[in-house]
Design a protein around this ligand. Structure first.
Ligand code: 3B8
Length: 332
């Protein structure tokens, strides 16, 4: 049937079927790492939806995948207030400091402690707010209390769902990053156009999210991993590892490599595993994050003015330095 042969209500219901199908396909593609259909199938359905919405503009919905790429260029970013401050993490650079963190915690708490250990994605922190399962606002950390509203740019990131698998109202946080391959492509283009290349994927991601024209941000192939549930009105979790499962069930892209460790020997094994193989990852990491797994204990330990007491980031030695040293050894 040609688009013109449909009545408006037929077009509206067909468009919604297409949107639901496309949402299932992109969710599977970005969260289960298991595409349900070939890309060309997705593209054909997407084009059908675009044609239906072009023929009947009134049927467009704001969560339609066709609306992911922003419309007008913004004059600037409006400010947003984080009701619950977005803190940064304390960090340590040696195993000794890491052991001291662990000792200090164990001294302060009567109960046993297990950690949820996660890769430290080298990107920038983002805050996402969903109302009844729909993405309504995305923001940068800013100074922790005042951030910038970058909803329009975050809507262009395929790994950030417009609609959750359940109509829950929730605030979550994660890391927006540029995959290494996208970073290499972007710098190749920039050098071909005589523009200065970005120094690293983190700067490239930050620069892309600061774009006032969402079409530019959309072209930057950004991605995101979500790692924190901020509000628990509509969802429950008692540990960080459980919270990550809940986030994945809701349709968020969650990094698959975190593990629960009972002691520092297990933490050390995780560090050694990933410090050595970080070059094989499709995204940049600059360390690992240890989090007290029990959420009630996290709340009991609380935060200092700047950082949570219940987590620490262990930073890997900078890899650039290692390669430079290796080259010098080679020439000698
Ligand atoms: N870069 C990261 O991969 C990463 C970063 C943070 C944070 O910055 C962070 C900051 C907080 F105040 C609390 C929890 C956090 O958890 C985190 N977890 C992660 N995996």
């Amino acid at each position: 049937k040609l688009v013109e042969d449909y009545t408006q209500s037929e077009a509206a219901s067909l468009a919604q079927q297409l949107r639901d199908q496309l949402a299932d396909y992109s969710q599977a593609y970005y969260t289960q790492d298991a595409p349900l259909v070939e890309d060309h199938v997705y593209d054909e359905l997407y084009r059908d939806l675009e044609q239906l919405e072009a023929a009947f503009p009134v049927i467009v919905t704001n969560d339609s995948p066709t609306q992911k790429v922003g419309g007008q260029v913004l004059p600037g970013f409006t400010k947003v207030t984080h009701e619950i401050p977005m803190l940064s993490m304390g960090d340590v650079f040696s195993e000794a400091e890491l052991a001291a963190f662990d000792q200090r915690l164990r001294k302060n708490t009567a109960t046993e402690i297990e950690y949820n250990v996660e890769l430290k994605i080298d990107g920038l922190a983002i805050d996402l707010i969903y109302e009844k399962g729909r993405f309504v606002r995305g923001a940068t950390r800013g100074n922790g209390t005042i951030g910038e509203d970058i909803t329009q740019n975050l809507k262009t990131i395929k790994a950030i769902p417009q609609k959750l698998t359940r109509p829950v109202s929730i605030e979550v946080r994660g890391e927006c990053y540029m995959p290494k391959a996208a970073f290499a492509d972007l710098n190749q283009k920039r050098e071909a156009e005589g523009q200065a290349p970005f120094a690293n994927p983190r700067n490239a991601a930050a620069g892309s999210l600061r774009q006032l024209d969402a079409k530019v941000a959309a072209a930057r192939q950004l991605s995101a991993f979500i790692y924190t549930i901020v509000t628990f009105d509509d969802v429950q979790a008692t540990t960080q590892s459980e919270a990550l499962h809940v986030l994945a069930e809701l349709g968020f892209n969650v990094n698959p490599t975190s593990v629960v460790c009972q002691n520092m020997a297990e933490v050390q094994a995780f560090i050694e595993q990933y410090q050595g193989t970080r070059n094989d990852l499709a995204y940049g990491i600059d360390g690992v994050v240890l989090k007290v797994n029990d959420l009630a204990l996290q709340r009991q330990l609380g935060n200092t003015v700047k950082v949570p007491r219940w987590e620490i980031a262990y930073k890997f030695p900078p890899e650039e330095a290692e390669t430079v040293i290796r080259e010098i050894e080679w020439t000698v």
